[in-house]
Design a protein around this ligand. Structure first.
Ligand code: HEC
Length: 223
């Protein structure tokens, strides 16, 4: 037989948010801000466990995460000094390609940009992740579905004057783009973009495919 929620029980439950809200409204603000933050972190930590590709260690914030989150939640800007220090710390993590080759295959780059798989508790550890670039960026003109959290990357290479991947003129753009994909906070302390190389989300080979997608004059991003 189907169980039906008794109306008296249900009506009590419906009042719960009102009681909770009025309890929060009664707190002194200093008490609420500090302690709610600490409690929230404790609840998160105690209710998480390692599960396949997701590790509890992901809750450890580095300086960039901690200072950017607290600046955002308090409505304050980071100081110029903190911003510069955080960017310098992140830039130090960038590792250039081991074989000196920055470019792979733009077709594989496009597939990676489309692919949002990976890094969830149902993914086996060691399985290759996607880049999910389209979640935040426009890239090729053919793909109509994309997010707008990040700027459009359509014509990324053309707009920066890249006509030949190997030319000396392209070098600064190539090195900047590699570093941006490796660790986006190197140039923007509180960037919302995932730190693909630094956090081992993508391999060097995968980042090379994305480099080709962004900079090769023949790729759908630049045509
Ligand atoms: C969660 C959103 C998000 C995802 C996913 C994301 N980005 Fe970004 N990206 C941003 C934001 C926001 C910016 C602009 C702010 C900044 O510079 O960090 C940006 C900036 C960039 C820039 C620098 C643009 C310039 O003009 O200097 C490049 C290049 C870039 N993203 C490439 C990529 C690629 C390639 C991927 C996929 C591997 C990707 N992004 C995934 C949010 C994202």
């Amino acid at each position: 037989m189907r169980k039906v929620i008794s109306s008296s029980w249900f009506s009590k439950l419906a009042w719960m948010p009102v009681f909770l809200l009025s309890a929060c409204a009664g707190m002194k603000p200093e008490f609420a801000a500090q302690d709610l933050d600490r409690w929230a972190q404790e609840v998160l930590k105690s209710s998480f466990r390692d599960e396949k590709a997701v590790k509890v260690s992901i809750l450890q914030q580095d300086r960039s995460n901690a200072e950017c989150s607290s600046a955002r939640s308090s409505g304050l800007e980071l100081s110029d000094q903190a911003r510069q220090e955080i960017e310098a710390e992140n830039l130090k993590t960038v590792r250039p390609p081991e074989d000196g080759q920055y470019f792979g295959d733009f077709k594989q780059g496009e597939a990676l940009a489309q692919d949002g798989r990976g890094m969830t508790w149902s993914d086996a550890p060691g399985q290759a992740n996607g880049g999910q670039c389209y979640n935040c960026h426009q890239l090729s003109a053919q793909e109509l579905s994309y997010g707008t959290l990040g700027p459009s990357l359509y014509h990324y290479g053309v707009n920066r004057g890249v006509t030949d991947l190997q030319s000396a003129v392209s070098k600064p753009v190539v090195e900047y783009t590699w570093a941006k994909l490796w660790n986006a906070k190197s140039f923007n302390a509180c960037s919302a973009m995932p730190r693909y190389g630094h956090h081992g989300i993508l391999s060097q080979a995968q980042i090379k495919h994305l480099m080709a997608l962004l900079l090769d004059p023949q790729s759908p991003v630049n045509r």
